[in-house]
Design a protein around this ligand. Sequence first.
Ligand code: ADP
Ligand code: MG
Length: 368
Amino acid sequence: MEVVLQNLTKKFRSRDRKNPQDVIAVNDFNFKIPDGKLIGLLGPSGCGKSTTLNLISGLIKPTSGRILFGEDDVTDLPPENRGIGLVFQNYALYPHLTVKQNILFPLQNLKGKDKLSKPEMLEKAVAAAKLVQIDELMDRKPGELSGGQQQRVAIARALVKMPRVLLLDEPLSNLDARLRLQTREEIRRIQRETKITTIFVTHDQEEAMSISDMIVVMKEGVVQQIGKPQEVYDSPVNLFVAKFLGTPPINVFEGQVRDNQLFIGEDAVLDVAGVENQEVYVGIRPEGFLLKEDGPFCCSLSGVEVMGRDISVVSTNKASLNPTVRSIVGTENKINIEAASVRFELKPAKVFLFHKKTEERIDFEVRV
Ligand code: ADP
Ligand code: MG
């Protein structure tokens, strides 16, 4: 099911008398979510992710704009008539009901032509439980399950009616690190098997990047960028997006462009043809540094962290906006940890320039 958001806007009345301005939780959101895809809705806390999801589910009404499921304008439909499945962070299972009864619950309220016989309901419940691999646990109560198992029950319950759209709001946030990893792979598998259009909300960029067909990055109610995870990572439209994606995070510096050269401090670190002379922010991905004895970019060496697969070089630089500069290099590199400084050459594709005022990306030509 394709989901179309047209100029979707939600304003909330301020409850704060001293600050009576409306909160624009979602500001003119336009997006056509392709059928059968998994979309990661990503951004810091308070940026409007849950509000967007609640608008799609019908739990709240938009201030303006429309929502379409395929040809079907659902903007004025109540949630129960939209054909959605919902999963929240805190499972929201009925504690006094068994797993089976929890999963059956949405089917028991069907009326009229949708009404199912008992055996039909049971068949669907078992199928949903199998899909999330909890069919062995049908007679337990939620209190007798781990967090990961409870969340699987919640997913089974959301899937049992075979919704047109599956909406997940930070579904993994209550799980420990290992379970989070496992459950996100499960969600991906289930989504691939069922091909249900799915919107997955998270503040965790790694989570969104790893399982989404496309990500939507939001800030303060406004969509910043939409694209495939790798595309957004490789060409962020602005400094916010560049900083939000990637672990370790991108290194940001104050820089200047003079005569087609990028300067960080006194070092001319890169040729950047086609950029007017100006002050800029420079973003360099941790994997954008090459250790080189006569490299143009000099930093003060603080330490080296060996991480098995690669080495993290920690250094400082006066122009850095982060307390330390983190670069990731291969284990074949030999670093003298006694040295006071370390020199790098930069990989142009991993270096981004941003306008000092608008913070939008400035493109440059790479000269070889
Ligand atoms: P997220 O899920 O990205 O953390 P939300 O969508 O929950 O963000 O909230 C977006 C903004 O809208 C926040 O500033 C939040 O305080 C505000 N907001 C959310 N719900 C309400 C509400 N019912 N009344 C007033 N303000 C709200
Ligand atoms: Mg939220």
